[in-house]
Ligand binder design. Sequence first.
Ligand code: ZN
Length: 153
Amino acid sequence: MKHTLSILLVTLAAFSTACAAKTEAAECKLEITASDKMKFNTAALSVPSACKEVTLTLKNEGKLPKNIMGHNWVLSAAADAKEVATAGASAGLDKEYVPQGDKRVLASTKVVGPGESTSVTFDVSKLKAGEKYAYFCSFPGHSMVMKGIFTIK
Ligand code: ZN
């Protein structure tokens, strides 16, 4: 009887550890959608400070062609957002509207067309909790409205 109980406890412990790990991983995954209305579905994203890496998935739910209403997702420090968006817009579609080799870009996805989705996994261990980071779409003309605040809680 005692033996059975200890096996049960070990099983329970293993089960709860697996659950905790699963919850943490789920919190480090973000999803955002973009539309033909030149909008993201949210103006704020955050992840817990326990996340070392974050995976963001961008879905384009629009119908307009990629060269007319394509979208990407770019992350930078809030103070750099305007300049990075401008540099990105002039980088061109073949560069995914992201300035190449620019260290101010903390993460970026490729440009997605209608019905497409893409993901990016990036390191957040160097980002500071409480600090405001900015995300935006750097497709020309979009960053003024397609933007939001990214924070580490
Ligand atoms: Zn866009």
